[in-house]
Design a protein. Structure first.
Lengths: 199, 199, 199, 199
DNA sequence: TATGAATGAGTATTCATTCAT
DNA sequence: CATGAATGAATACTCATTCAT
C-alpha cells in the first residue's frame, strides 16, 4: 500500500522548520529553494503541501500570532489591576525578545497586504484583528464589572487595536519609542477612564 | 544664484508635471521613463534634478501633504465645537474626493517605508507626523481653554495621530470602514473628555 | 491469458473515461493526476497500463481516428457522384459538430509530432495516413471504373491527403476558411478530372 | 549629445548575429541569455530592440522567408517550361542545403502557431502565404498565356500552397519523401493540366 | 496489483541608474 | 546642460515519472 502521510502534520513540520529562516531573511528575500533545502525536501514537495509561497508565510505567521494571542490571553487572568493589564497588553508586542524579529515579519506582511494584498490576506488580518479585539474587550469588561473603569471604555477598544497597529508602523517609519508612547497614552487615558471614587 | 533658483523651479516643474501619472500608476508602477517623457525631458536629465526615483516621489508626496496640512489648518479656525473639529480632522483624509487617490499613494509610500525605508524617509515621516500632531494640539488646547474638554486630552493627542495612521492601514488590510470607526471612537472618547457642566 | 484480456480491457476503460477531459483540456493541459482521478485509479496505476502520457493520448486519438475512418468509409458506398464523395470526404473533418474539438486535439498532436515527435508517433501517423489514402483510392477507383473521372486521378490521391493535412494547419495558422478552400479546389480539380462526355 | 543609434539597423544586426544559434538550438531551446551573449550585448539591451523572444524569432524567420521568396521569384523569369517552374517551385524548399535547417525552424514556428499562436503570428503566416501564392499565380498565368496549361489551373493554385505546407509537415510526421511526392503529384497533375495539342 | 509521495530542472523579463558623448 | 543606450540581477512554479510499501 501507499505511504500514508499526515498532510496536516507535514505542513506544520515544514512551516516550523522554516520559522527561523523566515525571521532571518524576511518574506521577500526568502526563496522556495531555501525553504525546500531547510525543510530537507524537494522544491516540488513544497507545493504538495502549500499552494504557493504566500501560503507558507501565512502558516508561519499564523503560528506567531497564535502564540502571541495565547500570551495575551494569559493577561486576562492575571491578578493585577485593569490598568496594568492594559499596559501588559500593549507592551507585550514590544518586548525585547525574539518577538522583535516576528514584528519585522508582521510589518513586512502588512506592507505586502497594503500593496499587493489578496482577499485572503484581508480575511486573515480581519480575523486576527477580531481575536485581539475580543481579548481587550474581555479585559475591559472585567474592569467595568469590577468598577475600576467607566463603561464608555468599551467604545474605544476597537480604536485601541487600531492604535496598536499604527504604533507598530510608526516604530519603524517615524522612529517612535513604543513604550514611551504607550505609557503616555495609557496614563492619560486612564485619567479619563478611571472612576473617581467620590470622597 | 539665479541658476540655483532655476534648478529649484525645474524640480518643482518636473514634480508638478508628474503628479497625475503618479496618482494614476502608483509609486512602483511609475517608471523613470514615464516621468522623463511626461516632463518632456530625457531620462538622464531627471537625475540632474533628483537624486533618485524616491526623491521625485518625495517631492510630489510633499505637495500632497502640504496641501492636506493647509486644509487641516483651516479647521482650527472654524467656528464650530472642539468635538466637531476633531471629527473634521479625522474625516478629512477619508473624504470621497481625489484625496482618495492621494491616500493610495501615501499608503504605498508607507508600505515602502515599512520595508525598505531609508533614514530619509523616516525623517520625512517624522516631520510630517509632528506637523499634524501640532495642529491637533492646537485644536485640543483651544478646547481646553474654552472649557469644552478636560486637560488630560493633551496626553492622548499623539496617540490619536497614531490611531489615524493605523486606520489608514486597516482600511485596506482589514476592510475597516473609516467613518464608522472614527465616529464610534470619537463619540466614546468625548464622553470621557467633555466636561460635565455644573453639578 | 484472462489477465491479458483484462489488461487490454482496462486500457480501453481508462482511455474511454478520459476522452472528454482530453477534449476539454487538450493534450498539454491534461495531467496524469486528472487522468488518474477521472479513471478512478491511482497515478501509479496509470503506468501499469500505459507506458507514458503519450501512450494514453495515442489510445484516445486512435479511437477518434477510427471513428472518423468509419464514417469516411460510409461515404464510399453512398449512392452519389464521385465528385460529391470527394466533397464529403474533405468536408467531413470540418463539420461543425464535436469533431471540431477532436480536430483541435489532432492539431495539437500534430504540433507535438512536428517538434518532439518520437518514432512511434511517426509510425502512428504513417499508418493513419495510409488508411485514409486507401479510402480515397477506393472512391477514386470507383469513379474511374464508372467512367466519371479520368485515370490520372489516382496519381494525385496521395497529394490530396497532404492537402487535407495542410488545410488543417492553415485553418489555424493562416485563418483559412476550410469549406471555401475545399470548394474552390475541388471544383477546379473536377473541371480537369471529369471526362467530357463526347459531343 | 546622446549617442545616436540606428534602431532598425541594430535590430537587424542582432537578428543576423543570432541566425546560426537559432538554427542550431531551435526556437524553444534558444534562451535570451544565449541571444545576448551571441550578439555581444546585455540581456536588457535585447529588450530595447525587441518586444520579446517571439519578436526576435520573427525577425530571423522573416529573413529566411524573404530570402526564400526572392529565390522563388527568380524561378518566374527562368527560360524553362511552366511544368519545370512548378517543379522548381516545390523542390526549392527541400533542397539539401542549409534550407533544411531553416525548414526545421519554420516547422517549429508552425507548431507554436498551432498551439499557443498569437494573432500576430497568424497575420504573419497569412501574409507569407499570400506572397507565395502570388508567385505561383504568376507562374501559372504565364503558362496559361503561353498556352502551355489550361485556364483551370488558377483555381488550384491556393490548394497547391496548402499542399506544400502539408508536405513540410508530413516529411517529419509521416516520413514522406518530399521529392517523390512532389514528382508523383506534379506529373499526374500536368497530365490533366497540359493542353493536348489538337491532333 | 495498486498506490501516491517525492522529485527538480529550467527561463523570460523589468527598470533604476550610469556615463560617454 | 542634456541625453538615452546599455545594463544584469534575481525567482516562482509545474508535472511526468518512479519506487518503496
Amino acid at each position: 500500500m501507499a505511504i500514508v502521510v499526515d498532510k496536516e502534520k507535514k505542513r506544520t513540520d515544514i512551516a516550523c522548520a522554516c520559522k527561523e529562516i523566515l525571521l532571518e531573511y524576511g518574506i521577500k528575500n526568502l526563496t522556495i529553494s531555501q525553504i525546500a533545502k531547510t525543510a530537507g525536501i524537494g522544491k516540488g514537495t513544497v507545493y504538495e503541501y502549500f499552494k504557493n509561497k504566500e501560503d507558507i508565510v501565512f502558516e508561519i505567521i499564523t503560528t506567531f500570532i497564535t502564540e502571541h494571542e495565547k500570551e495575551l490571553n494569559n493577561i486576562v487572568n492575571l491578578d493585577i489591576s485593569t490598568k496594568e493589564k492594559f499596559f501588559h497588553f500593549f507592551y507585550h508586542m514590544h518586548k525585547a525578545n525574539n518577538s522583535h524579529q516576528q514584528l519585522n515579519i508582521y510589518r513586512e506582511f502588512l506592507a505586502i497586504s497594503m500593496t499587493t494584498g489578496t482577499q485572503e490576506m484581508i480575511d486573515f488580518s480581519t480575523a486576527c484583528r477580531e481575536r485581539f479585539t475580543n481579548i481587550l474587550h474581555q479585559i475591559t469588561q472585567e474592569g467595568i464589572d469590577k468598577g475600576e473603569i467607566r463603561e464608555e471604555a468599551q467604545g474605544i477598544v476597537s480604536a485601541l487595536i487600531t492604535f496598536e497597529l499604527g504604533l507598530i508602523i510608526e516604530v519603524h517609519t517615524a522612529a517612535r519609542n513604543p513604550k514611551e508612547d504607550i505609557e503616555t497614552f495609557l496614563n492619560s487615558l486612564f485619567l479619563l477612564l478611571e472612576k473617581k471614587e467620590k470622597k
